[in-house]
Each structure stands twice: as structure tokens, then as C-alpha cells.
Design a protein around this ligand. Structure first.
Ligand SMILES: Cc1ncc(COP(=O)(O)O)c(C=O)c1O
Length: 377
């Protein structure tokens, strides 16, 4: 299909900053093409530790509490496989990143979604988390800023969730891959909250903040006994993260702060433009405070999220992701990534406006015709 504007893919449209690519080219020239230690290059682990301490005041021992992984994807898989026994429950906010429910199931666990809603800005209510805790609960999985909603969670609510974890002796798995892409307020690192560090598995990486999705490099920070468990799986399943990618990550942490700031500034500009535009054309969208996603309601169109995404693609050639890809509670929404140029976003909004207008006119001339089962509930 030609002339499609894709707002579908969850990755930066920036190429990795030149200084990072150049460091990787130089690493190849010098022949750094071997395995590294299973936990990853010590220099990188030391830099990760210093980075987290400088940003959030949480320190991790590079020798015992950090492992470099092949993306947060691997870090999440290792964490779930290390922590869960068959039947253990993991609580998470839904709509959520597509890998959470399958990842928990692969590890023999049972996912327990707690539904969040657009009307509340997709806030995870600590009371609802409390109500979901049972004798089988092993962990609470958090992701702020979140995919697909772009929601962040305030420090007080996060502390209340940490307090629950302490009270019921649960692990906290915190996927903070979008931490640097926070546009309103400051990011709260879960491990920095009172009582959290000893029970938190912190997942983060280079894919989003440094535009390095294809390099496959990330890290897990956790207390030493947990890292020991993760390493047992990692050393046999993966051996180590790619050597050149680890050297590129060293360059990212050492010298790419100005690149990160520039990209974040640009995402914020696009966010304001695009979210304002969605609301103006009648697709109500709570202001996403982080990541690079808008998750507007499409309820006003009378279509299910699958129908909306499919028809928008065929009628107007704009690709978005149906909200149901992020769990059943994503019905009535679509995810639009604004990691695209302002020109593309402008044209996408023009096409979406035309599409929504036609749907609404159709609804007026044939009331009830477009109302599907999915949107009635
Ligand atoms: C919330 C979240 N976690 C993890 C990942 C995967 O990250 P990585 O590229 O580090 O494997 C993504 C990718 O979209 C994501 O949105």
C-alpha cells in the first residue's frame, strides 16, 4: 500500500545519534567482536550505576546488582522466569504493553490486570491494586511513563503501591524504559521510593531515550540474590548482550545527554501539536505526560477499535494500532505514535478529521447503523 502515514510503530523516528554510531564503527574497526562477560562490560555497568545515582539517587553495585540484557524484552522475560512459580499472580495496569500478559503466561504465572480509564487519565488506583492482591500474588508490574497511554503516575500514588508491596511482601517490577521521555513533572524512579529498593527489579535500556531500538541493549538492576537468579538463565539462554552494542551504550551514557535532550524537546513539540489536534477533531485524548503515544477515545465514531484502525488504513491510509492490542480494556481507543515528523502528523490529522467527519455524517443519516457490540458495552 502506498502513501501510508504510519503512526503505528512504537519506536523513535530518529536515527541513533551520530556520536554513538561512530563509537560503534570505531569499536568494530578495533576488533571488539567477541563475547563479553555474562553480566556485560563492567565499564557499562559502572556507568549505569552512576547514571541512576545522578538522576534518581539510587545506587546499585555494578558487580552484583546489574546485568546488561538484550533489550528490556529480555530483562522482563528473565525477571518473570526468575521470580515466578507456576500459578503465581502478577498484577499490572491495563491497557498495557503487549508483552506483559504473554510474558507472565510464558513464565507459568497468572496475569491479573487492573483496569485504568481515560476519564481518570489512565491513573492506576492504589485501592484497586490493593483489591487485586491475593495469597498467590508475587509481584506488581509497573510501567511509567506507559505504553500505550503515555500516562505517568504521581509519586504519592506510587508510594502507596510500594507500601502495599511492603505490607504483603511482594516484588515490584518496574519497566522504566520511557523514563527520560517525561514532559510534565519529574520522572519517579520506583526504586527511589521508601522501602522499594530491596524488592524492586528495575528495567531500563537504550531503545527509546537514545533511539537505539535495533541495537538490543538494556539493563536490569535488582538486589544481588535476584540478579544471581537472572544471570543463571541469561548465561545459558543469551550468553551476553552484543559487544558492539554495549560499547555504543557506553558512548550513549558518557556523551549523548545533549542528544537525548534535543529529541525529548522535539517529541514534546509534536505531542502538543498532535494531542491538541486529536481533541480538536473530536477524538478525546487525555494529555499524555510521557512516552511518545497518544491513546484517544474513538467512542464518538461508533466503531470498534479494530474497525476504526482497519477503515482508517483503507480509507485514508493512516496506520494506527487498535486499543485491544493492549488488552480488552483498550477497546474504544487506538494508539497513535507521534514519533513522526510534524508534517506527517499534520497530514495524518487532516486525513483523520476527514474520516471522523464522514463517520459522524453517516451516523446522523443512519442512526444506530455503526454501533457495534463492542462500543455498546
Ligand atoms: C513498555 C515497553 N517495555 C519494553 C519494550 C521493549 O524494549 P526493548 O527494545 O528494550 O526490548 C517496549 C517497546 O516498545 C515498551 O514499550
Amino acid at each position: 500500500m502506498q502513501d501510508v502515514i504510519s503512526l503505528g510503530v512504537g519506536e523513535p523516528d530518529f536515527v541513533t545519534p551520530w556520536r554513538i554510531r561512530e563509537a560503534a564503527i570505531y569499536a568494530i574497526e578495533r576488533g571488539y567482536t567477541t563475547y563479553t562477560s555474562n553480566a556485560g562490560l563492567l565499564e557499562l555497568r559502572e556507568l549505569v550505576s552512576a547514571h541512576l545515582e545522578a538522576l534518581y539517587g539510587v545506587a546499585y553495585d555494578p558487580n552484583e546488582e546489574i546485568v546488561i540484557t538484550v533489550g528490556v524484552s529480555e530483562g522482563l522475560d528473565l525477571t518473570l522466569r526468575t521470580l515466578l512459580n507456576p500459578g503465581d499472580e502478577v498484577i499490572y495496569a491495563e491497557p498495557c504493553y503487549v508483552s506483559y500478559a504473554p510474558g507472565i503466561a510464558f513464565a507459568g504465572g497468572v496475569g491479573v490486570p487492573v483496569i485504568t480509564r481515560g476519564e481518570d487519565g489512565f491513573r492506576l488506583d492504589p485501592e484497586a491494586v490493593h483489591a487485586a492482591i491475593t495469597d498467590r500474588t508475587k509481584a506488581i508490574l509497573l510501567c511509567y511513563p506507559g505504553n500505550p497511554t503515555g500516562a505517568t503516575q504521581n509519586r504519592e500514588d506510587l508510594q502507596r503501591i510500594v507500601d502495599l508491596a511492603c505490607r504483603y511482601d511482594l516484588f515490584l517490577i518496574s519497566d522504566e524504559i520511557y523514563d527520560r521521555l517525561t514532559y510534565r513533572g519529574e520522572h519517579t524512579c520506583v526504586a527511589s521510593l521508601n522501602g522499594a529498593r530491596e524488592r524492586t527489579i528495575l528495567l531500563n535500556g537504550f531503545s527509546k531515550s537514545y533511539a537505539m531500538t535495533g541495537w538490543r541493549v538494556a539493563y536490569v538492576c535488582a538486589p544481588a540474590p535476584v540478579i544471581e537468579g537472572l544471570l543463571k538463565i541469561h548465561q545459558y539462554a543469551m550468553l551476553c548482550a552484543p559487544h558492539v552494542a554495549q560499547l555504543a551504550a557506553i558512548e550513549a551514557l558518557r556523551n549523548a545527554e545533549s542528544d537525548v535532550k534535543e529529541m525529548v524537546h522535539e517529541y514534546d513539540r509534536r505531542r502538543r501539536f498532535f494531542v491538541g489536534g486529536l481533541n480538536a477533531i473530536g477524538l478525546t485524548c487525555p494529555d499524555p505526560a510521557g512516552a511518545f503515544y497518544a491513546f484517544p477515545s474513538i467512542a464518538a465514531t461508533g466503531l470498534s477499535s479494530e474497525e476504526f484502525a482497519e477503515r482508517l488504513l483503507y480509507d485514508e491510509r493512516v496506520a494506527v494500532v487498535p486499543g485491544t492490542a493492549f488488552g480488552p480494556s483498550g477497546e474504544g481507543h487506538v494508539r497513535c505514535s507521534y514519533a513522526a515528523s510534524v508534517d506527517q502528523l499534520e497530514e495524518a490529522l487532516r486525513r483523520m478529521e476527514r474520516f471522523v467527519k464522514r463517520l459522524k455524517e453517516g451516523m446522523r443519516s443512519a442512526p444506530g447503523k455503526h454501533t457495534t457490540e463492542a462500543t455498546r458495552v
